[in-house]
Design a protein around this ligand. Structure first.
Ligand code: FE2
Length: 642
């Protein structure tokens, strides 16, 4: 049976993000995110993921009229059949009959699967487990399925829900509010987790916030959140060629109880405290739920489980086997819904679901792009050997091979790779090439056979969804791929899953003795991970890497661009931590009391080792001069830079 699934459905009126489409044809699977095709992060700007869907039809060599089931992981709402008729007949030629006969066709060929059932299905069917418990947690489903918490077990191919709850005060939204309070877009939760590793848990802050957390089997984990005012559209964040709607529709931080709790504290300490509360809350909930299932296996799904530090804690939640899907957030809904319809009446457990289910490009298509850009390039019969050598010499390489990976992490199909032995690899990519926040960790890809030598926990991690403790003896060998807290978001590379990438790492190992590569997503700052050869070439020409290895072709930046100068100046992390805390003074322009500002300045003084004091309302005393907040930021920053 051929199944096509779209998230969201074409006439869904609710605000959506992370558009995605999937097609199943027997054992063939295609799934991909629209944002990677349009380059728009968390794409929710188009009507529905049309481009991704059509790429899927091309990839699998089928046409829309061959589809037997169209599946929407969204509620059937008050949509007129006439509109669906236009969609199925006009756009995709999937329906070729008359309007009169359309209603019969519609009910035979179109299905809707609940939001949380789609999350659970992706996890259960993707895990390879024959039975398991499942826990889905996110910001609150959608209008048709407003649950943000569902727990149950999956036995004999049936999903039995034991507990569920609706409402928006979920612990997932606590984390979004925490992220917002730090000045990041509420969807940039990963930044909070990255920053947390630099901070220290503040007991008083933890005590205050914890009073509003409640944890029960029936209701899940919730936080009594309060938002005191709506923020305005942030015009400064609108950029035509790196459009990120989540950053545009609000200004951060917004006035919430989370902001008010943390206002006196340094940003990295707020992050550390919030992360610990999150982890302890979810762990406590899972411990309660463990008594409710016989299963030794558990799968986690929903946007909350994109948090790699939380996932690390959940490895020790008392289950023998744990699985996090490749797309736990709403980016996995179309695939989850499609798998549900495919498997619900006839299913046998199979291998763990592959992540390499996105679009691919032929050699001819790739070479056409290289020729069109008039690039100098070479064709290599041994691309893995050639690239491994370049990497061992310190080059950064864009690695574009085969079918793209589905999910939020780059897994060796659209990756930017570098030598993990040199700390400068991370700094170079971070500050000169990707220009992303300095505190965001980079991850290593490790040959699966070698993982146990490097990582303390035993867990196959094909999608890079879990942080691990690196063995202390190994940390110094790959400093650029280990986070400041000694953890690492390891990607286990299985030969049968991605043999070319496995070969690349193996060749690197032959040269250096290290079976590890630094692996980060193939995208410049502000856009989604790339998917096409043209996007890859544009990144090379922009200077995002030294080489591009695309198919069998190797293209060097230096052979194709002359640059007047390229700054090699890199700022150390401890300086960046101080600068970030000085920047945080901005929060007092619109929020907080004088006392809170004075308290913050005391902490800032101790961090930067210079005296900064409260002078009078919204004024700061530094070096015997009184400054307003903007001028103070400038003066203190320039002083700590030296
Ligand atoms: Fe969701």
């Amino acid at each position: 049976m051929i199944i096509a699934s779209l998230y969201p459905c074409p006439f869904d009126v609710q605000d959506r993000h992370e558009f995605n489409a999937s097609i199943l044809n027997g054992e063939q699977v295609f799934s991909y995110e629209e944002g990677k095709v349009t380059t728009v992060k968390n794409d929710g700007t188009s009507k529905f993921p049309e481009r991704t869907l059509m790429l899927g039809f091309k990839e699998l060599g089928i046409t829309p009229d061959q589809v037997e089931k169209w599946v929407f992981p969204t509620p059937k709402s008050q949509i007129k059949l006439k509109d669906y008729h236009t969609f199925f007949s006009w756009f995709f030629k999937a329906y070729t009959g008359t309007l009169d006969d359309f209603e019969r066709w519609f009910y035979e060929h179109v299905e809707f699967v609940d939001h949380q059932l789609s999350h659970a299905s992706l996890a259960a069917y993707g895990s390879g487990f024959s039975e398991c418990a499942f826990l889905c947690m996110d910001g609150g489903g959608d209008f048709g399925d407003p649950r943000g918490y569902v727990f149950g077990d999956f036995v004999n191919n049936k999903f039995n829900v034991k507990f569920e709850a609706t409402g928006v005060n979920t612990i997932a939204n606590f984390h979004s509010l925490l992220t917002d309070s730090l000045g990041f877009s509420g969807d940039d939760n990963g930044k909070t987790s990255g920053l947390a590793s630099y901070g220290e848990v503040q007991p008083d802050l933890k005590k205050e916030i914890s009073k509003l957390i409640s944890i029960t089997k029936e209701g899940g984990a919730t936080f009594d959140r309060k938002r005191f005012s709506q923020t305005q559209v942030n015009l400064a964040k609108i950029r035509a060629d790196s459009y990120d709607r989540t950053k545009i529709f609000s200004q951060y931080p917004s006035d919430t109880n989370m902001l008010r709790f943390g206002i006196e504290y340094l940003p990295h300490d707020i992050a550390a405290t919030g992360e610990q509360i999150l982890q302890e809350s979810v762990l406590k909930l899972v411990e309660l739920l463990r008594e409710e299932t016989e299963s030794k296996n558990i799968v986690f799904s929903g946007g909350l489980f994109q948090n790699v530090a939380l996932n690390k804690a959940l490895l020790d939640a008392g289950f023998d086997n744990v699985y996090f899907p490749s797309g736990p957030s709403d980016s996995g809904l179309s695939l989850g819904a499609a798998l549900h319809v495919k498997n619900r009446s006839n299913w046998k457990p199979a291998e763990v679901l592959s992540a390499f289910i996105g679009p691919s490009f032929s050699s001819t298509e790739i070479e056409e792009v290289l020729v069109r850009h008039r690039l100098v390039y070479t064709s290599c019969s041994d691309i893995t050997k050639v690239v491994a050598k370049k990497l061992s010499e310190g080059a950064s390489v864009g690695w574009f091979q085969g079918k793209a990976e589905f999910g939020p992490r780059s897994l060796g199909a659209r990756s930017l790779v570098a030598d993990p032995r040199d700390i400068r690899s991370k700094e170079k990519i971070n500050q000169l090439l990707k220009k992303r926040d300095w505190f965001m960790p980079y991850a290593p890809s490790i040959l699966e056979e070698e993982c146990s030598n490097w990582v303390e926990q035993e867990h196959y991690s094909p999608y890079m969804q879990v942080a691990f403790n690196m063995k202390s003896t190994m940390v110094d060998k790959v400093p650029s791929a280990v986070h400041v807290d000694g953890t690492s978001r390891v990607h286990s590379v299985r030969k049968s899953e991605n043999s070319l990438y496995w070969e690349l790492i193996n060749e690197f190992k032959k040269l250096t003795g290290i079976p590890v590569l630094l692996n980060t997503s193939f995208n410049r700052h502000g856009i989604a991970t790339i998917s096409t050869p043209r996007q890859a070439v544009e990144h090379l020409l922009e200077g995002c890497m030294d080489y591009l290895a695309i198919g069998d072709y190797l293209v060097a930046f230096k052979d194709n661009r002359l640059v007047a100068s390229r700054s090699d100046e890199i700022e150390p992390e401890d300086l960046l931590l101080k600068l970030g805390s000085i920047k945080r003074l901005e929060v007092f322009k619109a929020h907080g009391t004088d006392d809170q500002m004075a308290s913050y300045l005391t902490k800032l003084s101790s961090l930067i080792g210079e005296s900064v004091e409260f002078a009078e309302s919204r004024m700061i005393s530094f070096n015997n001069t009184k400054f307003d907040i903007d001028s103070a930021q400038e003066a203190i920053s320039s002083s700590v830079r030296g």
